[in-house]
Design a protein around this ligand. Structure first.
Ligand code: UD1
Length: 431
């Protein structure tokens, strides 16, 4: 099993380029099969969740032509089945987007219940409620969700909670329904906007994405287009927080600074300098940071996907901080690992009480999920001595070339597969 081995203690300094947003790409690549014409999508991150999704859409017959590492041409005209039987698809949360896309286009879909990172119970009742409101019959049989409709009609749908996935899924199905749909209490995340822009680029009529009311006028069919995926705000935030934790100076390039504001504000509050440019932010941190309180919220609040990285920074800050997780109930599994590195964290329900320590020390730890895994790498980079992070498959789901990009800003990190390579790394031999 591959692992990362890290020698910590070096401030990260330099420039790093951010790729396309994984969570936008998962939805956009799925939505691309809703037309029978070729769609070119650029700025696709080369991460394992995306590769699983592309494999799944090719298994049902769509043509997927990866013309370079970050660009694919998808054509849904060749789809031969609306039943997704590709077993790996269960592992990714975004497999649920196949429901909205296939139901919208073919009025029938059969997709395994989604998996994804184990960060709490992750129901999809709001997705199904939306499909039912659009006229579909939905049932769960033998682990699969089966959605079917004679035809889909517009509806006025009020979401019980703010859900990124449900907002996007309903938007996709409603794009090809008869008549008008209104989604109230919609998610406002940048990737919701990106998917709406992409659907509109294919000829859909969606207004209001980015606000909490989205209006969709159904169209008969969608057509070809070329589209570039928005930069990944979570990848960007991860490098910003890595700069902060190591007291470094990093220019994070190819970002939309507006999308990063909740993170920028917190970093400034605890004592970092964050300079915004048109498409970059520079995070500089020279002294020990201060405490704060953070609560995760839907966009534009502080993102749950940045909560573990924030906690690592606060584990090293002066004073006591409180981190409250309000989106997922099981998102503090990294705390035990961090404590093995010397952090002082107490979990009470959905709250972490963090007494900052002066230093962390390297340890052997495991990534419990994607974002927590990235946070533990940051901890390793900031800690004294050597850290080995196991279970990096989680991290590879969402970060393209994580060690390579970190090395480009001065980190000492290698991906190794054998135990003996860890020893070599420690002995400073080239691996
Ligand atoms: C997406 C992201 C994930 C991110 C999350 C919140 C993808 C593939 N994943 O996940 O990285 O952490 O948004 O920004 O884009 N809920 C229900 N019923 C539903 C749907 C959601 O109760 O039908 C609840 C969830 O359990 C959670 C909250 O609503 O407590 C928000 O979930 P949601 O926004 O849907 O997250 P995902 O789309 O799964």
């Amino acid at each position: 099993m591959d692992k990362y081995v890290i020698k910590g203690g070096t401030p990260l300094v330099g420039e790093v380029e951010i790729g396309g947003a994984k969570n936008a790409a998962l939805a956009i690549l799925t939505a691309a099969i809703m037309t029978d014409e070729p769609v070119t999508i650029d700025n696709i991150p080369d991460v394992s969740d995306i590769n699983v999704l592309l494999e799944a859409i090719s298994v049902i017959g769509a043509t997927v032509d990866r013309i370079d590492r970050h660009t694919a041409v998808i054509n849904g005209v060749t789809i031969g089945s609306v039943e997704v039987e590709y077993e790996y698809i269960k592992k990714i949360r975004a497999s649920y987007y196949l429901l909205g896309a296939l139901l919208g286009k073919y009025k029938r879909a059969e997709v395994p219940l989604p998996g994804g990172c184990n960060i709490g119970s992750r129901p999809i009742d709001q997705h199904l409620k939306g499909f039912r409101a659009l006229g579909a019959e939905v049932e769960i049989r033998s682990g699969n969700i089966i959605a079917e409709a004679k035809y889909l009609h517009g509806a006025h749908i009020f979401m019980d909670m703010v859900s990124v996935g449900a907002t996007i899924n309903i938007m996709m199905a409603a794009a090809l329904a008869d008549g008008n749909t209104i989604i109230e209490n919609a998610a406002r995340e940048p990737h919701v906007v990106d998917v709406a822009n992409f659907l509109n680029c294919m000829g859909a009529n969606i207004k209001g994405a980015g606000t909490d009311v989205i209006r969709i006028r159904g169209v008969k069919s969608l057509h070809k287009c070329s589209y570039t995926i928005v930069p990944d705000m979570i990848e960007a935030g991860t490098y910003m927080f890595a700069a902060a934790a190591t007291r470094g100076d990093v220019l994070v390039k190819n970002v939309i600074p507006k999308h990063l504001e909740a993170m920028t504000a917190k970093l400034q509050e605890i004592g970092c300098d964050v300079e915004e440019f048109d498409d970059a932010v520079r995070v500089t941190c020279r002294q020990r940071l201060g405490r704060t309180h953070v609560k995760t919220l839907p966009y534009p609040g502080f993102p749950t996907d940045m909560q573990p990285q924030m906690s690592v920074v606060l584990a090293l800050a002066r004073g006591t901080s409180i981190v409250t997780e309000s989106i997922f109930e099981n998102r503090f599994k990294y705390a035990d690992e961090l404590m093995r590195m010397g952090a002082n964290i107490k979990i009470e329900g959905n709250t972490a009480i963090i007494d900052g320590v002066e230093r962390l020390s390297g340890a052997r730890i495991s990534a419990p999920d994607l974002r927590a895994g990235a946070a533990l790498v940051i901890a390793g980079l900031a800690a004294d001595g050597y850290t080995v992070v196991d279970d990096i498959v989680y991290i590879q789901r969402g970060y393209e070339d994580f060690p390579g990009k970190l090395r480009s800003i001065g980190a000492e990190i290698s991906q190794v597969s054998e135990e003996k390579e860890i020893q070599k790394f420690r002995m400073r031999e080239v691996i």
